[in-house]
Design a protein. Structure first.
Length: 96
């Protein structure tokens, strides 16, 4: 998945729905390319946290790649960077 622009209250369902669809289809390891995200609020973070819980319950996880500094800061401030696997690049996330 490659969300772009702003991930907030108004756009969260645009990411939530495909993530849930992937999980419902049996994919448990999700890689999200965050390089196009320019902003994320708590609603966007909650979408990712919810997907992480479901993926881990299925034996997988959510991997985040290429976060811009402003988005990475949200993860640092909230401590969410400790519960996600974060990769510098999409290529690094896909090589696992």
């Amino acid at each position: 998945m490659t969300p772009a622009g702003e991930l907030d209250h108004h756009t969260a369902d645009l990411l939530r729905e495909p993530l849930e669809s992937c999980l419902d289809d049996g994919f448990s390891r999700l890689v999200i390319d965050c390089s196009g995200l320019e902003f994320m609020d708590s609603t966007g973070l909650n979408v990712l946290l919810g997907a992480r819980l479901k993926a881990e319950a299925a034996g997988g996880g959510v991997h985040l790649a290429g976060m811009q500094p402003v988005v990475a800061r949200v993860f640092e401030i909230t401590g969410a960077d400790a519960v996600f696997t974060v990769h510098e690049t999409l290529e690094a996330a896909l090589t696992l």
